[in-house]
Write a protein that binds this ligand. Structure first.
Ligand SMILES: NC(=O)c1ccc[n+]([C@@H]2O[C@H](COP(=O)([O-])OP(=O)(O)OC[C@H]3O[C@@H](n4cnc5c(N)ncnc54)[C@H](O)[C@@H]3O)[C@@H](O)[C@H]2O)c1
Length: 338
């Protein structure tokens, strides 16, 4: 069975990817320092898959630990999720972000070269496009100056990968630019951990529905969109996880010194108000919300052109917005029980 090292494998997207890798006949080897996740995730993964995954607690910038893992397991590919992701915090503490997000990538690449591990899938983000001039956004759309140190770590990460591949380092790399991951595993055993006040719409919706937040604020309803609220491309986390499986399959057929980038989205944009109404309808709930002023720095509208990932990786999303809203709410209910 092919063994894949997943840095940040206990996190939101990493844990779902561990399940999909297993379902596809690959064995995830999880490395996580639990800086933004909980060790209980491993129990939940076992409940879902029936398998206790091998896991290492530690920092993925720890080269000694990486070698220890590779000496114990024949690692054939790496998915690098581990990173800090709070945009606001990154503006307060940029060095922590550069050190963790950029520093860990450099060390991981050195390690891969030392061990002759060829395949890497890297977590990038649609944040590299900023507010695109033309929609939908294709992979050829020029990247814009990053709006935050976090966003910049993703741009720099991509640049490092391009340079590394150009140097004939003997690796094959795919960077996936995620649009807006939402939802949770349909079992409701894993999902996104709520830490602090959510900055993203869907956790805010579910926490409001749960009574943790009094009401939801829609930041602006006078933008140039059908109902005036901002538009995003919401992608179910299980579909996103599956994109990593497809990317790994694809990489094994590529020549060495290969790099490519793919958007991962549904190809459809939904407004904030559409998302709220979908959540209400599918879960038979009413959400208290108000219209507030625009929020500084918000991208007004973005959604992916997904032709490339559809055609080249043969990846298509299976879950729609209603499923995203149903699974997000189930996960919130699970958290409340716990
Ligand atoms: N969730 C999103 O909206 C989104 C969008 C675009 C890109 N991404 C990227 O996807 C990746 C995964 O995001 P997520 O939402 O699953 O985040 P997450 O915080 O849930 O998962 C990241 C995991 O990495 C771990 N981690 C962080 N630094 C580490 C280190 N140095 N060593 C070992 N473990 C470490 C954390 O404990 C956590 O379990 C990140 O690179 C993120 O930037 C996320």
């Amino acid at each position: 069975m092919k063994k894949i090292l997943i840095t940040g494998g206990a996190g939101y997207i990493g844990s779902h990817t561990a399940v999909e890798l297993w379902n596809a006949g690959m064995e995830p080897i999880i490395l996580d320092d639990f800086s933004n996740s909980q060790v209980e995730v491993l129990d939940r993964l076992e409940e879902i898959t029936g398998k206790r995954f091998v896991f290492y607690r530690g920092d993925c910038s720890d080269k000694t630990l990486l070698h220890e893992i590779a000496n114990a397991h024949q690692i054939q590919g790496v998915i690098h999720f581990a990173a800090f992701k709070a945009v606001g915090e990154s503006t307060q503490s940029p060095l922590i972000y550069y050190k963790n997000n950029v520093g860990s990538l450099v060390i991981l690449l050195e390690f891969m070269q030392e061990k002759g591990i060829k395949d890497l899938v890297f977590s990038s983000s649609c944040t590299v496009y900023g507010q695109p001039d033309v929609l939908p956004v294709t992979e050829a759309t020029p990247r814009k100056e990053a709006e935050s140190p976090y966003g910049n770590t993703k741009k720099i990460g991509e640049d490092i990968l391009v340079d590394f591949v150009k140097s004939k380092a003997g690796v094959r790399v795919v960077a996936l630019r995620y649009f807006n991951p939402v939802g949770a595993h349909p079992s409701a055993k894993i999902g996104e951990l709520p830490i602090g006040t959510p900055q993203n719409l869907v956790p805010f919706i579910t926490q409001t529905a749960a009574g943790i937040r009094e009401k939801l604020t829609v930041f602006g309803n006078d933008y140039d969109t059908p109902d005036g609220s901002c538009i995003r491309d919401y992608i179910h986390v299980v579909d996103l996880a599956d994109a990593h499986v497809k990317a790994l399959h694809f990489l094994t057929d590529q020549p060495l010194n290969f790099y490519d980038v793919f958007n991962v989205g549904t190809g459809r944009g939904n407004t904030v108000l559409e998302v709220i109404h979908a959540f209400e309808a599918v879960n038979n709930l009413t959400l208290p919300y108000e219209i507030g002023p625009r929020r500084a720095g918000d991208v007004v509208k973005t959604w992916a052109d997904t032709k490339k990932i559809n055609q080249v990786l043969g990846w298509f999303p299976a879950y729609d917005l209603d499923a995203c809203m149903r699974d997000s709410w189930r996960w919130q209910q699970f958290l409340m029980k716990g």
